[in-house]
Ligand binder design. Structure first.
Ligand SMILES: C[S@@+](CC[C@H](N)C(=O)[O-])C[C@H]1O[C@@H](n2cnc3c(N)ncnc32)[C@H](O)[C@@H]1O
Length: 141
């Protein structure tokens, strides 16, 4: 397993090319397969409090917000969060972005969010068991 700091550096270094990939219609599997199925499964999010774990530059975070959710996006890559915030400045969707390791969500209280999402990221999270445990903790019963 790669270590957290090296994974974080890889994502910081890849931030600009990742933005190019996802925002310029090159992420076919997401746009044509994953998202249609996943958002159908998620259903109506209007007015829901949503936490998007490992949100990256916020592509799916913005989709959730455009569908009416009140979204917080967290990622440990400062660069990706900075790029997400720049997008939020252009299109104000009310998304709150935080730089955080998703294995440590202590700044969020337990039993708080209606939905926790984690799109295409568990494979990258070093301590994914703790991330899942934290997701369960902050989810409303
Ligand atoms: C394949 S990208 C997916 C990003 C986003 N969910 C999306 O759908 O575009 C994986 C993301 O996981 C983030 N990540 C990996 N390990 C993390 C951790 N321990 N805490 C927070 N973010 C993490 C990376 O910084 C990267 O943004």
């Amino acid at each position: 397993m790669r270590k957290k700091e090296s994974i974080k550096k890889e994502w910081d270094d890849a931030a600009k090319s990742w933005v190019d990939f996802v925002r310029k219609g090159k992420d076919y599997y997401r746009d044509e397969l994953n998202n249609p199925a996943t958002f159908k499964l998620i259903g109506d999010v209007r007015g829901r409090l949503v936490l998007d774990l490992a949100c990256g530059e916020g592509y799916n975070t913005r989709i959730l917000a455009r569908k009416g959710a009140k979204v917080t996006g967290v990622d440990f890559s400062e660069k990706l969060i900075e790029l997400a915030k720049r997008e939020e400045a252009k299109e104000k969707l009310g998304i709150c972005y935080r730089v955080l390791d998703v294995a440590d969500l202590k700044e969020f209280s337990s039993n708080h969010f209606d939905l926790v999402t984690c799109f295409m990221s568990l494979q990258d999270i070093e301590n994914y068991k703790m991330a899942i445990s934290e997701a369960a903790r902050v989810l409303r019963n």
